[in-house]
Design a protein around this ligand. Structure first.
Ligand SMILES: [Zn+2]
Length: 240
């Protein structure tokens, strides 16, 4: 087998190996598994967010409830004071007005606080419901995920031996190439997925550019490897 035939064979084997590997990586079931994993992660993040908000809100409600209790006590005291003043004949109308105003102000704060606590409690309830809902949806997704995982494992078990065989074949062909050629191939591969090209109408099939007459002559002789002056690919005659 000529060098040209060998290197073409090597490239074909490598393409086949990569194709098989990618095929396994991207089966519909694998894509499904990746998607489900993302959804599960999103749900877990969502629940964490809900729970953090819930904790904060519960602390807020507790603090507001303590504040409310203190305000109610103040209101009662103010009420007692007013009752005493009403009994007291020396108490002036101004003092009574002052006391009533203080009570009104307290009542306003009490009502505002009650409203805020009620709203927070409603938020807490709806958030708890959202958490529960997310959990129950998550349970179904988790089941789908486990099912997809089983299929993916089976796919791998079935296809891995074929991929391994393709890899062994590639390595075997690599050993038949001279180390310098293999090194050149690998270097070009970093820039071009297919490092080997042919000539068509004196143009490199890799980049489509014309090559020099020297390159054409070498190519026609078929004895040595020619490099495209433009893209650097190895130009080899493809036989058979
Ligand atoms: Zn080229």
């Amino acid at each position: 087998m000529t060098n040209a035939e060998m290197i073409w064979k090597y490239q074909d084997a490598e393409n086949e190996f990569e194709r098989l590997r990618k095929e396994l990586e991207n089966t519909p079931e694998r894509q499904k598994l990746r998607k489900l994993r993302r959804v599960l992660q999103e749900q877990s993040d969502k629940i964490k967010g809900f729970e953090a908000g819930l904790k904060e809100k519960e602390e807020q409600i507790e603090a507001d409830a303590a504040k409310l209790e203190a305000l109610l006590k103040d209101y009662d005291l103010e009420q007692d004071d007013l009752n005493i003043m009403l009994e007291d004949e020396e108490c002036t109308a101004e003092e009574l007005t002052e006391s009533r105003k203080a009570m009104e102000a307290l009542l306003e704060r009490i009502n505002a606080l009650k409203k805020s606590i009620t709203a927070d409690q409603e938020w807490t309830r709806s958030t708890e419901a959202a958490i529960k809902d997310t959990y129950s949806k998550g349970a179904k997704i988790k089941r789908d995920y486990e099912a997809a995982k089983t299929v993916v494992e089976t796919e791998k078990m079935e296809r891995q031996p074929i991929i391994d065989k393709a890899e062994r074949e590639l390595k075997m062909l690599g050993k038949q190439l001279s180390p310098e050629v293999l090194k050149r191939y690998e270097t070009i591969k970093k820039k071009h997925p297919n490092p080997v090209a042919s000539l068509n109408d004196n143009r490199c099939t890799g980049c489509g550019m014309s090559v020099s007459m020297t390159a054409v002559r070498k190519f026609t002789a078929g004895s040595e490897l020619v490099e495209c002056e433009n893209c650097g690919r190895l130009i080899c005659r493809r036989e058979g």
